[in-house]
Design a protein around this ligand. Structure first.
Ligand code: HEM
Length: 707
């Protein structure tokens, strides 16, 4: 006869669609059976009750022998690992790289030999300065790290979405990052460079000026990871089968074209959806809309390097594409989200020193330092030298070596031999060297005195900063000036503001003047003493502008459609059809998430409630309302903001006549411009989508922004 004390008395209960078992204290139990697996401990012991710890009597203390409780809590207590010291916030996805143009004459790297060959990849996009929980739209560099699981081992191209860097020598990295992150006494600000310490450091580091221009541009507020370029930054080497070296710079070019948001929008997105970028990538891949990039290489030899105006191993410089064209050699498609965020995105370990035969380093002092830093930090972050066995880090080719033991050793070598040379012979002796196919460093000739010194060839700090600025469209130049004004306005120490302006005076007078005016700097500073005068003869490089390299379609973008009860169903249908035909997405924003009843009684499900989806999360908007709906929404602040923000952020706006009262209350009716498309009949939806291909109606921006 079973002891009835072994199970408390239970009843059943219904919560909506769920029938559950209820314990004596009213707690919910769900029981295994059929397809539902049995809950076990880590040791595989089946669990009978996961709701109650083991106690003495009904209301007594918890028993120490409750191994299930202790194991569960112990494991939870140890769930966190240190976040990355930089690039803590990131989002990783899987995909593949396909070689489209063989580079066999230039490199022996296996992945570049055969056009049509596919190599699996894992990519992690990230911000740099913010902590793991920081918002996605921080003004920041985006990491663009790619792990290629090649047949000759893993190659990591650990890049950024900006082709240059802040500093020239890795020894400055801790200072740069300390200055950018939260100030140490107060622990803020988080995920932003708009504070004294950052600009203090930058304004005392003229080598950062080129990067400063890039980070104040719209490159640091991308609309989506899918719409940004990536760069390997450093000059690397390709080495071919004959041992000949060619210098190479790597470029990722998004097939969907580049696009960024505007700063006021970024600020609001951070509140509306701090996960905006990761959600965007997740949704696109889940919907089968796989983002794609082309891999391009700039190839050049020693002769070019010697004639080039700047040092090719100085990471604060780029080589304009107009000077050395980018040759497209492959494409990367991201087509699979992770099964588990921690196991993959968090535990992935990229490292610049992971290179394959046929690829090699140069003497770039930043790259040399990175090669030490990544492995070192990952040992701390992942807790064991065996992190290379984690599935996300393990090569997809056989790994044979004599490294053994350590924390979490999962795959120690088999057999007796764990050293070499040995005399065991054959398979029993374990792996041996492969002089023909093994990695060999390029035998670069190096000699000279041992010196702690910076080469004079690194000393031009302003010329490429100027070149970047003059390569921008007027709209982009205005954004750069505005960003400097915003950031420096957050700097409380006037001397730092003024010092930063003294550098901008060496970049471009007009830019410096705009910032001086915007800061209301009473006294114009003297230009900073330049180590080398700024060259004004470098031509503009159109490849550096986002707007000159934007999309030629609205594919991959998203329209937010504000709807109300009684909305004209034909307009809704034609708009949806036109948007989907373009390869874009559409979401219905309704007064209540349940949805609205259209003119013919059709029910339109809401994707979002109006206060949960401000227009900042869409690329363009449509305001399709009945007259009763417009009257109602005109009283709703979030609906007015929806329209007003779309207008202020220079978005294209579709509307129907009945929506006018809302446009009127939002204050935009008197300013209806060519960025608005009235939808009168079904044909107009197509016109609207075609108009949206320009992404923004920039002509409006100057009118809405007076300060
Ligand atoms: C061209 C300059 C640089 C680029 C493009 C770059 C890029 C990146 C990227 C993309 C990540 C994130 C990797 C991931 O998603 O897990 C990262 C992480 C990191 N970077 Fe850099 N970085 C640069 C310079 C440096 C320098 C100079 C150092 C140090 C000397 C450094 C140290 C680190 C460290 C310690 C991490 C964290 C790695 C981890 O915990 O897994 N980086 N970097």
């Amino acid at each position: 006869m079973p002891d009835d004390r072994l199970t408390s008395s239970r009843t059943t209960a219904t919560f909506g669609d769920q029938e559950v078992i209820r314990g004596e204290g009213g707690e919910t139990h769900q029981v295994a059976g059929g397809d539902v697996p049995v809950l076990t401990t880590q040791q595989g012991i089946p669990v009978s009750d996961d709701q109650n710890s083991l106690r003495i009597g009904y209301r007594g203390p918890t028993a120490l022998e409750d191994f299930h409780f202790r194991e569960k809590i112990f494991h939870f207590d140890h769930e966190r690992i240190p976040e990355r010291v930089v690039h803590a916030r990131g989002f990783g996805v899987h995909g593949y790289f396909e070689t489209t143009d063989s580079l066999s004459d230039i490199t022996r790297a296996d992945l570049f030999q055969r056009a049509g060959e596919k190599t699996p990849v894992f990519v992690r996009f990230s911000t740099v300065a913010g902590n793991k929980g920081s918002p996605d739209l921080a003004r920041d560099v985006r990491g663009f790290a790619v792990k290629f699981y090649t047949q000759e081992g893993n190659w990591d191209l650990v890049g950024n979405n900006i082709p240059v860097f802040f500093i020239q020598d890795a020894i400055k990295f801790p200072d740069l990052i300390h200055a950018a992150k939260q100030e140490p006494d107060r622990g803020f600000p988080q995920a932003q460079t708009a504070h004294d310490n950052f600009w203090d450091f930058i304004s005392l580091s003229p080598e950062s000026m080129h990067m400063a221009l890039w980070i104040m541009s719209d490159r640091t507020i991308p609309r989506s990871f899918r719409f940004m370029e990536g760069f390997g930054v450093h000059t690397f080497r390709f080495v071919n089968a004959e041992g000949k070296s060619t210098f190479v710079k790597f470029h990722w070019k998004p097939k969907l074209g580049m696009q960024s948001v505007v700063w006021n929008e970024a600020l609001k997105i951070n509140g509306a959806d701090p996960d905006f970028h990761r959600r965007d990538l997740w949704n696109a891949i889940q919907a089968g809309d796989y983002p794609e990039w082309e891999l391009g290489v700039q190839l050049f030899d020693q002769d070019f390097a010697e004639k080039f105006d700047f040092d090719v191993i100085d990471s604060t410089k780029l080589i304009p594409e107009e000077l050395v064209p980018v040759r497209i050699v492959g494409r990367m498609v991201l087509d699979r989200t992770v099964d588990n965020f921690f196991a993959e995105t968090e535990q992935v370990a990229f490292c610049t020193q992971n290179i394959v035969p046929g690829i090699d380093f140069t003497n770039d002092p930043l790259l040399q330092g990175r090669n030490f830093s990544y492995l070192d930090t990952q040992l701390k972050r992942l807790g064991s030298p065996n992190f290379t066995y984690l599935p996300i880090n393990a090569p997809k080719r056989p790994v044979n070596h004599f490294q053994q033991d350590g924390h979490m050793a999962m795959v120690n070598p088999k057999g007796r031999a764990n050293y070499e040379p040995n005399s065991w012979g054959g398979a029993a002796g374990g792996p041996r060297e492969a002089p023909d196919i093994g990695f060999k460093s390029y035998p670069a000739e190096e000699q000279g005195a041992k010196l702690r010194i910076r080469a004079e060839t690194f000393s031009d700090h302003y010329s490429q900063a100027r070149q970047f600025y003059i390569s921008q469209t007027p709209v982009e130049q205005t954004h750069i000036a505005d960003a400097f004004i915003f950031e420096l306005s957050k700097v409380k120490t006037p001397a730092i503001r003024s010092r930063m302006v003294s550098h901008l005076m060496n970049v471009d007078d007009e830019l410096a003047d705009k910032v001086i005016t915007g800061l209301r700097l009473e006294q114009k500073p003297k230009p900073a003493d330049a180590a080398r005068p700024t060259r004004k003869d470098l031509p503009a490089s159109p490849a550096l502008s986002i707007l000159l390299n934007g999309p030629d379609s609205f594919k991959g973008r998203k329209v937010g459609v504000l709807v109300s009860d009684g909305v004209d169903i034909d307009l809704v249908k034609s708009l949806k059809e036109a948007v989907l035909a373009e390869g874009a997405m559409l979401e219905f924003v309704a007064p209540m998430v349940g949805g609205v009843k259209a003119s013919d009684g059709t029910w339109i499900e809401g994707d979002e409630k109006i206060n949960g989806a401000p227009s900042v999360v869409y690329d363009s908007v449509a305001i399709l309302l009945s007259s009763a709906g417009a009257a109602l929404l005109a009283k709703e602040a979030t609906a007015r903001d929806f329209v007003n923000d779309a207008f202020a952020h220079a978005k294209f706006i579709a509307y129907n006549t009945d929506a006018m009262p809302l446009l009127d209350k939002a204050g935009v009716a008197p300013d209806i411009d060519k960025g608005f498309v009235e939808l009168k009949g079904s044909g107009d939806a197509k016109t609207f989508v075609q108009t949206c291909r320009k992404v923004r109606f920039w002509e409006r921006e100057a009118k809405v922004k007076q300060v």
